[in-house]
Design a protein around this ligand. Structure first.
Ligand SMILES: Cc1ncc(C[n+]2csc(CCOP(=O)(O)OP(=O)(O)O)c2C)c(N)n1
Ligand SMILES: [Mg+2]
Length: 528
């Protein structure tokens, strides 16, 4: 029986298989963190955005909650953008936030924080335990909340609580939680009835279809229907083999182009997305009047926000698998294989265009890799040139907040050390959580960071230019990412020509899976 609250918390963490704590601590957290038990590895990040980014990547790659710890108002405040990304990316993160000593909270001491509302509605739950003895139970419930609601669950803990005696009665938290995974037969039958009569059905995939089970169920359904498969606009994970002749591409983000893309289909089945996520506003409906839209998603909000005749809240793998069994297998139409570009050859001294970087990576990366995209001005050509071929092949920030790819890739590689992990980031994007490079080298995390160094915010410059205006923000060509990385102790190379690029990728990509040292490639690229 644990004697203190602190020991009882360690027991909760051990029993839930939590073996790491990502942290940036302060004085209110010292009593928890000194002399940690052997089953908990401590990982320091030098800014709270990096703590959240690493924990988020870890949670996604491990498929179970990651634990993070931050220091009262200033620390927690710094992490709110990362917390929003964890929520949007559906990452189960349990975040402990230190608070001042309970005994003088009423006297407004130094470092006291008004913490409960600080992150607004972004946490899936926030608990301020009423008594010290309630802390272990609150953390157990936070682990469940993060899992069920797929987002960050916050527990605020006064520093005086750790040494208090643990409760002798059991905390009100389920010892083990099982989330049901079956599909409702009536719902499957309703969808099957529509699909059976469809002449030209199409599938649209959202972001949470990239675990191996869902991936194969969706592939089976697409084959049975012989239907094209689109990836929804702004997907942050990809659920289909993009080299398959059935892959139709990424749906456009505006209504007019969406109506064109889906216009030839009488039935569109959306799996794991809402119908439809867009950016920028355009007039008209999402699809033409003759197209019926059905949605299956595990997320009640996505279901509610869908412009669909039927939205079913259910696990996608179960529904797709049941539909694939129910429906007759159609005869495949003749489809052209995806054209492969001519191999990239290096003209001596040739400068590097962004497309060269993506093609060079596409020619070398094994299918079982994970790549991060955070390269705003070249997102579309990157997606087109570097097709995802296997489950968990792709990750990006779901709501477009820069600063996730660098720490997120580190978290992914820590959770899945055998996997090649590459972060392709703009030079601007790389700077939001650049100190995470220190954590990567300190803890031996072998991510390949490919920084697209074009010396500025190219996408913002393009937007200003398109509006016929001159931007007030300057370029920052004098910033050297390779020098910065070296300053954090992280190995780095400046790359100026296609020849150099191909040589370094030939050297590092074959052993990327086993790599235990990060590498930053600071690649001088042209603005496309
Ligand atoms: C945290 C955050 N701050 C600001 C932005 C707005 N923003 C979007 S793209 C961009 C510029 C990105 O520059 P860079 O990463 O160098 O990519 P490039 O456009 O040059 O390809 C900015 C500032 C954002 N998305 N997230
Ligand atoms: Mg840039």
């Amino acid at each position: 029986m644990p004697t203190t609250v602190r020991d009882a918390v360690f027991e909760v963490l051990r029993s839930h298989g939590v073996d790491r704590i990502f942290a940036n601590p302060g004085s209110t957290e010292v009593d928890l963190l000194t002399d940690l038990p052997d089953h908990l590895d401590f990982v320091l990040a030098l800014h709270e955005g990096s703590v959240l980014g690493m924990a988020t990547g870890h949670a996604i790659a491990a498929g179970k909650p990651a634990l993070a710890l931050l220091h009262t108002t200033a620390g927690y405040g710094n992490a709110v953008g990362g917390l929003a990304t964890a929520r949007a990316n559906r990452a189960p993160v349990v975040l402990l936030v230190g608070q001042q000593d309970r005994r003088h909270l009423a006297a407004a001491p130094f470092l006291v924080g008004d913490l409960a509302a600080l992150a607004g509605s972004y946490p899936v739950s926030v608990e301020e335990p009423a008594r010290a003895g309630d802390v272990p139970g609150a953390i157990a419930r936070a682990l469940h909340d993060a899992t069920i609601h797929r987002g960050p669950a916050v527990v605020i803990i006064p520093m005086s609580d750790w040494a208090e005696p643990a409760d002798e009665v059991r905390a009100p938290a389920a010892r083990r939680l099982v989330v049901g995974t079956s599909a409702d037969p009536d719902a499957v039958a309703a969808i099957a009835a529509v699909l059976r009569d469809a002449e030209r059905p199409a599938l649209v995939l959202g972001s949470l279809a990239d675990d191996p089970g869902t991936w194969s169920a969706v592939a089976e359904l697409a084959t049975a229907l012989d239907s094209p498969v689109w990836q929804a606009a702004y997907s942050y994970r990809m659920g289909f083999d993009q080299t398959s002749p059935l892959f139709a591409g990424h749906l456009p983000p505006g209504r007019a182009a969406l109506r064109d893309a889906l216009g030839e289909h009488d039935v569109v089945l959306v799996l794991g997305a809402h119908a439809f996520r867009q950016y920028l506003y355009e007039e008209g409906d999402f699809v033409g009047g003759d197209t019926r839209v059905l949605v299956v998603t595990e997320d009640a909000d996505e279901a509610v926000h869908s412009d669909a005749e039927l939205a079913v809240i259910a696990p996608i793998d179960a529904v797709a698998g049941a539909l694939a069994q129910d429906l007759p297998v159609r005869t495949p139409a003749a489809r052209d294989p995806r054209p492969t570009p001519a191999p990239l050859v290096a003209e001596p001294g040739a400068e590097i265009r962004p497309g060269d970087v993506f093609q060079a990576l596409a020619e070398r990366l094994p299918a079982e890799s994970t790549y991060f995209e955070e390269s705003p001005s070249t997102r579309r050509p990157l997606l087109a040139a570097l097709p995802v071929r296997a489950p968990f092949g792709f990750l990006t920030a779901a709501m477009g907040g820069l600063g996730f790819a660098v720490p997120g890739a580190i978290g992914v590689k820590m959770a899945r050390p055998e996997r090649p992990v590459v972060a392709i980031v703009g030079d601007g994007a790389s700077l939001y959580n650049v100190q995470a490079l220190w954590s990567a080298q300190k803890y031996g995390v072998g991510v390949l960071f490919v920084v697209m160094s074009n010396g500025g915010y190219a996408v913002m410059d393009r937007l200003a230019h398109n509006a016929g205006a001159t931007p007030p923000w300057p370029g920052f060509g004098e910033i050297s990412l390779s020098t910065l990385a070296a300053g954090f102790g992280c190995p780095a190379k400046r790359i100026e020509t296609v020849e150099e690029l191909l040589a370094v990728l030939d050297e590092v990509v074959p052993t990327l899976g086993e790599r235990t040292e990060p590498l930053v490639l600071d690649v001088a690229v042209t603005t496309s």
